[in-house]
Ligand binder design. Sequence first.
Ligand SMILES: [Zn+2]
Length: 109
Amino acid sequence: MNVQTGPFVCLVCCKSFKRPRHLEGPACSDCGEPTVGLNEKFQAPPRKDVAGWQVVAFLIEHGFRYHSIWERTETGSYQLVPKAYPRTMAEAREFVVRYHAHRVVDGPL
Ligand SMILES: [Zn+2]
């Protein structure tokens, strides 16, 4: 049987793990803290990129899970916002305000 896996992150260790998607917050294999499941499109910053991980934590705290965000353009067609997920805290603060309505609640992706 194929089990679909996806990224889970430990915000204590600043690490990303692949785990079966159906799990909810499986414990980090390093520190034992609960991890957070993210969309498969998530790309983890390097472990030493403290600022990058602060952005990840900030977005998670605000209800984002790196899911794709679509919005209607002025012409009325739907378009995927390219590189929608911010890399800096300044961008992240704008992002959570602008895309407030696109937050996801906790749960399976
Ligand atoms: Zn950990």
